[in-house]
Write a protein that binds this ligand. Structure first.
Ligand code: ZN
Ligand code: ZN
Length: 332
């Protein structure tokens, strides 16, 4: 029997009787991280890293049942050993390792290789079968070092400030927003955040995270209150009245999708910064090779193209159908 298999509810371990990031309600769910496509409502028990747990409660309700685990801690389910290991994707994100009688599987969840300074750095794990994401699994996706991207963001913000414009930067409220907050030069001006980002920031500060100074955009604020400042907002605020009251402003997005020029135009952005919390093409390949896996199962993103490439390299690879969504250019 396979250690993990695909069920209508999600990725399932029949021996241990648990699911990993299931998309339908189940009794026992191991959760890689708190993004909505991985952490869905309705499970009886959530098992997650201790930094993910408070974000799950924020997003899914205070009354959910969460068992908190530390990286590397071993849990036993009917003799199946389970442990969580850093995925470097967002704060608290984990790869989940499942082992039984010498057989090891690793489910990557979402991951990135470059250390972002706020998430625990990605930990390469050896395994027999690796279930990997492939959000950016095409050779066209190659990231520059993040300090170059932050220099470009600083230049954009500074120039807007000189011109009396508000700089509005869109990115995921969990992960991307905090990475930008910590990465930009906060001496340029004040940083404001949308309510969705403020909620996450507060939860993280509540568990001891220290973030550079930020302020919440209040509903009664006028354009002139924000002039020259940087505003961090979730993708859901694109083209909303919330945004339009700040016009004229300079609008930008931080996402791996900004590598494709058409996306910037389609979203009517003034600027696009290629900054992703997912591995790029080379990162995916290096992660696969570091596992030493005999078999690779490829999920969300360019699963068919990426698995075909691995097959050509002599690795047994296969695309599998999941309900994970990767990094969407428009929704969170
Ligand atoms: Zn994610
Ligand atoms: Zn995902």
């Amino acid at each position: 029997m396979e250690l993990l298999q695909l069920r209508p509810e999600g990725i399932y371990c029949p021996l241990g009787d648990f699911y990993i990031d299931p998309w339908q309600p189940v009794p026992y769910a191991l959760i890689t991280h708190a993004h909505a496509d991985h952490a869905r409502p309705g499970h009886r028990l959530y098992v997650a890293h201790k930094k993910t747990a408070p974000i799950l409660r924020l997003r899914l309700g205070e009354n959910i049942l969460v068992q908190e685990v530390e990286y590397g801690e071993r849990l036993l389910h009917n003799g199946v050993e389970v442990s969580f290991h850093p995925a470097g994707h967002v704060i608290g994100s984990a790869q989940i390792r499942v082992a039984y009688r010498g057989q090891v599987w690793v489910v990557s969840g979402d991951f990135k290789i470059e250390h972002d300074g706020i998430s625990s750095p990605f930990e390469p794990l050896r395994c027999h079968t690796f279930v990997t994401e492939s959000t950016f699994g095409l050779p066209v996706f190659g990231w520059k070092p993040q300090h170059e991207i932050f220099q470009a963001i600083n230049r954009w913000w500074h120039q807007n400030r000189v011109e009396g414009l508000i700089s509005v930067l869109f990115g995921y409220s969990l992960g991307k927003a905090q990475r930008i907050l910590c990465g930009v030069d906060s001496s340029i001006g004040q940083i404001y955040v949308h309510g969705a980002v403020a909620n996450i920031n507060q939860v993280l500060e509540g568990i001891g995270f220290s973030l550079p100074s930020w302020k919440h955009v209040q509903t009664n604020m006028k354009r002139k209150d924000l002039e020259g400042s940087l505003v961090l907002a979730p993708l859901s605020a694109v083209n909303t009245p919330w945004l339009n009251r700040f016009q004229p402003c300079s609008i930008a997005m931080a996402s791996g999708w900004m590598q494709l020029r058409g996306n910037k135009r389609r979203q009517a952005l003034d600027c696009g910064f290629v900054l992703s919390d997912h591995a790029d093409w080379k990162g995916l390949l290096s992660a696969v090779s570091a596992t030493g896996a005999e078999r690779v199962l490829v999920t969300h993103g360019y699963a068919y193209a990426f698995s075909r490439y691995l097959q050509e390299k002599g690795i047994e690879a296969q695309a599998i159908e999941t309900h994970f969504e990767g990094e969407s250019p428009t929704s969170e």
